[in-house]
Design a protein around this ligand. Sequence first.
Ligand code: MG
Length: 287
Amino acid sequence: MPHSIITLPLGLQGHRGARGLFPENTIEGFRAALALGIDAFELDVGMTADGVVVVSHDLQLNPDITRDASGHWLSVPGPALRDLTSAALAGFDVGRLRPGSVYAAQFPLQQPVDGARIPTLRDVLRIDAATRFMIELKTDPRYPVRTATPAELADAALAVIDAAEAAPRIVLESFDWRGPRYVRRARPDIRLAWLTRPETVRDAHLWWDGPHPSDFGGSTPRVVAAEGGPIWAPEHTGLTQDMVAEAHDLGLYVLPWTVNDPAAMRRLISWGADGLITDRPDLVPAS
Ligand code: MG
């Protein structure tokens, strides 16, 4: 792994493990990415009906990656994780992209691992004692009945993190800012990141539950700074050098996602990005 990247303050973070290479958000994928030298990951968490915190990007089982116990692909988005017990969830295989799907076409190099399951956060935190995790609380203000509340999910995740004594090596983040805002009050020791994408900036009243860029001169980094930072995690498309500089002037770290193009990686590093989240850590330029 290129030394220059590893020394970025927030490191090179494998997105959902390393989604371009291995099945996303699986133990098998995280282990394979670790073997490549990745020491930090971005992952997503939700909660099952029986209160188990599991690592999955989707609020509902995703037909592009999910087969049932008899090996059949789901034809439509499946039940919400919230409505499945952890035992029921363990019956589904998420180790392969659905052949012929648009999603599979995005990641032609992904090596399947048939039999891979949606893992618990507890088990993922135990894959390596030094690995750092950016943990995204997957709640969505548009679909409140599909998940636990932001506070419930944050509390459940923190219980798992504390049991693993992992608090010093994790960051909590969300597009739904109710989650990190709750954690700031409840657990000021936990480092936070504030995720943004164009849609959540546009609909900030919904996603941020209060503040809006128009109250801050149109500046998203200023809103993140007002929340207390320290990390702004913007979608990299649309990010400019001036925005990175403004965030740095405000004392923020900037952690763009999901950067899979070597030219974009090089450009963001030249602008002073403090880390990168990528599906393709193998493509990060050496200098
Ligand atoms: Mg995520």
